[in-house]
Design a protein around this ligand. Structure first.
Ligand SMILES: Cc1cc2nc3c(=O)[nH]c(=O)nc-3n(C[C@H](O)[C@H](O)[C@H](O)COP(=O)(O)O)c2cc1C
Length: 194
């Protein structure tokens, strides 16, 4: 049995390397969710926090991903850092973070992004780009001279893992694959054929 924090520490080391090596969005990750028919879908989100509780991202709770996660918290993340020849797969359950945590992060965002969170009906059909710009202009008037509060339908999720895979490129496609599976308070570690 491995120590409970081993896969997290391993990720932290790799992420520090990725931040040093990758100039743009080293925190970009693919997020997969499933719909009511069991059909998967995947999109990119930015990891905004990470510790031994899991990986945090922010979005609109009424978006396609938000509705998927509300009904089915099972989700998966994937990081690929070409500069490191590394892929990290993470599977588990994504649950909303506490409102206070979402508030704290929202407050750090640029004002334009805060207004954007109100203006965008994320994942809904948009008839015309001008409609979105009109909504934004109206919100700018509404909140002129005062702070923009976090929309109640916008916030974070934390994906806590039960399975992680660290993939490292090796010559001749003889890549390394190491898997951690949650087992009680710790992890089992094993290897997979590439
Ligand atoms: C590099 C990159 C980072 C992104 N980061 C986020 C993010 O952190 N949160 C978010 O809601 N959408 C983010 N997006 C947009 C999503 O990929 C997606 O288009 C949007 O969330 C709507 O997805 P949905 O309709 O499946 O809910 C990002 C896109 C890219 C390309």
């Amino acid at each position: 049995m491995r120590p409970w924090n081993e896969p997290f520490e391993r990720f932290a080391v790799l992420f520090a390397e990725a931040q040093a090596a990758i100039p743009v969005d080293p925190n970009a990750m693919q997020l997969a969710t499933v719909d009511e028919a069991g059909r998967p879908t995947v999109r990119t989100v930015l990891m905004k926090d990470f510790d031994t509780r899991g990986w945090v991202f922010y979005s609109n709770r009424l978006s396609r991903k938000g509705r998927d996660l509300e009904a089915r918290p099972a989700a998966a993340l994937n990081f690929y850092w070409p500069a490191l020849g590394t892929q990290v797969r993470i599977e588990g359950e994504a649950r909303p973070v506490a409102d206070a945590e979402s508030d704290a992060y929202f407050a750090t965002r640029p004002r334009e992004s805060q207004l954007g969170a109100w203006a965008s009906l994320q994942s809904q059909p948009l008839d015309d780009r001008g409609t979105l710009e009109g909504r934004l202009a109206e919100l700018e008037r509404t909140y002129q001279g005062r702070p923009v509060p976090r929309p109640p339908h916008w916030g974070g999720w934390r994906l806590s893992p039960r399975y992680l895979e660290f993939w490292k490129a090796h010559p001749h496609r003889l890549h390394w694959r190491e898997v951690y599976r949650k087992a009680g308070e710790g992890w089992t570690r094993s290897m997979l054929y590439p």
